[in-house]
Write a protein that binds this ligand. Structure first.
Ligand SMILES: [Zn+2]
Length: 201
């Protein structure tokens, strides 16, 4: 048996007793569990809704967009999703499959993609900020870029814990935008997972 595979023992080992026990308290907050090929996605309600992805085949890797996981730690949200997944697997219940976002987006034409992004940006401050940074970089408008970054990144007092992840995301977006000039970075999609992977290889 592969000792790196997902199991309760492996979870406890990775998360530590404190995060593991806190994960137990979050079992009821797990929703939207969906299975893909070798992965499970779900959201966990906490200070906000955290998005979690775990691997269910081969060595266990995880990804969560909370600050603790973004530092490479196995967080309580990952513990909660993993335990719900293990329970469902053992009791024969299966979560609905993950919808294929990539195929859906490839099926849209340019105009539909622009409309979709503008609509979603209206609901999401991080997405709207990321797009504004990219637009300023594409236009080589350094003044607009500076104003955007200053507005988003300046803090006059310590960032509260429940806003830390949003602030970290703004920093990432600003750095990505200025560094890559509009070319999509892979970091935001895979960074946490790979960082976690390296830590536990
Ligand atoms: Zn987390």
């Amino acid at each position: 048996m592969d000792v790196l595979r997902l199991s309760r023992e492996r979870l406890l080992d990775l998360a530590g007793r404190t995060s593991f026990d806190r994960g137990l308290e979050y079992l009821g907050q797990v929703s939207g569990l969906r299975r893909g090929e070798g992965v499970v996605h779900a959201t966990v309600r906490g200070h906000r809704r955290y998005r979690v992805r775990i691997t269910t085949e081969g060595a266990f890797f995880w990804c969560c967009d909370c600050p603790w996981a973004e530092e490479g730690n196995c967080c309580k949200h990952v513990v909660a999703v993993s335990l719900v997944h293990l329970h469902e697997r053992e009791h024969g219940e299966s979560a609905p499959p993950v919808s294929d976002i990539s195929s859906y987006l490839h099926g849209l034409d340019r105009e539909q993609l622009v409309e979709l992004l503008l609509e979603e940006a209206g609901y999401s401050h991080p997405l709207s900020f990321a797009l504004e940074v990219r637009a300023a970089v594409a236009a080589q408008d350094t003044e607009a870029l500076r104003a955007l970054c200053e507005g988003a990144l300046r803090v006059t007092e310590p960032v509260p814990y429940d806003q830390a992840d949003e602030y970290a995301r703004a920093v990432h977006n600003a750095v990505d935008g200025t560094r890559i000039g509009g070319v999509r970075s892979d970091r935001s999609r895979h960074g946490t997972l790979q960082r976690g992977s390296r830590l536990h290889q």
